[in-house]
Ligand binder design. Structure first.
Ligand SMILES: [Zn+2]
Length: 332
């Protein structure tokens, strides 16, 4: 029932260049990395307030991004990164119809699928670490499955990356109108925005008339303004980041951008245990070892076993790996 047509002439659609297409693909991952960095800095400065968000960043980002992209697709006809590059989606070259189901499918392909890929890679890295330490040596169904996964994942990863590259090549050479396997799967192509798309009432052409009545025009207008506001903030934010990057590199300070300022120590000690006692064994610390993700110090055997099993800091809960253990040597 939610089907409707976008009234354009097919011959008016212009195919975006391969650079625009790669540009918008890269922008999506850069934005996620920027937000992750922002919450990392916030969590380091205020673990009580932002620690929980940072620990569950991936899941929260997928949730917020899914809602945002769903509304963006419905009101603007494209993902945020696509409209940023003045592009929009053509649902199907033969019908030009789009349903809410199709928009949901687009969100799954653009937001949920990359999230699942990141999770699969994370699992692979953890298993590879376990394997290199010999933890998967004993015979058991779980370990056998883990070893199988270690063999299968690189093949899947290789095929997935190769197919993306092949699609880019075919698109650049004009052999395919789809620039990625997922766009092919959903029969979706991209085109440039028109003057009508850039007008304030552009959302009306993407939302069918009977749905205007269900949710009054005022509410649709407000949602449109809200989405526009977020888009503008991200655009201005991206510009400022680029500008600051240029400003610092201009003065030859490029190396100073990477080391972060050292965050202040917590004002209140976050547990009841005295500073010189190990949080895990509750005894006087031996073989002092700092965990780089949080800065707290434990006994080496205690924190090694804890991080190996839980992969997080026992006090702050920050994601941690064995590579982040730093042995401390005191001069007597
Ligand atoms: Zn200990």
């Amino acid at each position: 029932m939610a089907e409707y047509g976008i009234h354009h002439v097919i011959s008016n659609f212009s195919k975006p260049s391969i650079f625009e297409v790669i540009g918008h693909d890269n922008l999506a991952s850069s934005l996620r990395a920027a937000f992750l960095h922002l919450f990392k800095v916030l969590a380091e400065n205020n673990p009580m307030r932002y620690g929980l968000i940072y620990r569950n960043f991936d899941e929260l980002y997928v949730l917020v991004d899914s809602i945002f992209q769903y509304l963006h697709l419905r009101l603007k006809g494209g993902l945020f990164t696509e409209t940023f590059y003045s592009l929009k989606r053509i649902p199907d070259p033969r019908s030009l119809d789009v349903s809410r189901r199709k928009v949901a499918l687009w969100v799954i392909c653009a937001v949920v699928y990359p999230y699942l890929q990141r999770q699969l890679e994370e699992v692979y890295k953890n298993m590879r670490d376990d394997h290199s330490r010999g933890s998967l040596a004993s015979k058991g169904t779980k370990n056998k499955l883990a070893l199988l996964y270690l063999k299968v994942y690189p093949v899947y990863h290789f095929l997935s990356e190769t197919s993306v590259l092949c699609y880019y090549l075919a698109y650049a050479l004009g052999k395919s109108s789809y620039h990625s396997p997922l766009m092919h799967l959903t029969s979706t192509t991209l085109t440039h925005l028109t003057m009508i798309d850039l007008s304030d009432d552009a959302w009306k052409q993407h939302i069918p008339k009977e749905q205007h009545k269900k949710l009054s025009n005022t509410i649709w207008n407000l949602v449109n303004v809200f989405i526009g506001g977020i888009t503008l903030s991200i655009s201005v934010g991206s510009f400022l980041t680029q500008f600051l990057n240029w400003w610092y590199s201009r003065e030859g300070n490029t190396t100073n951008l990477t080391p972060l300022p050292v965050p202040p120590p917590p004002k209140k000690w976050p547990c009841d245990i005295p500073v010189d006692i190990c949080f895990i064994c509750k005894k006087s610390r031996s073989n002092d070892t700092a965990l780089a993700s949080s800065g707290f110090v434990f006994c080496y055997p205690c924190i090694f076993k804890y991080v190996e099993v839980n992969r997080e800091c026992p006090i702050t809960g920050y994601k941690s790996s064995l590579n982040q253990l730093i042995k401390l040597y005191h001069q007597e």
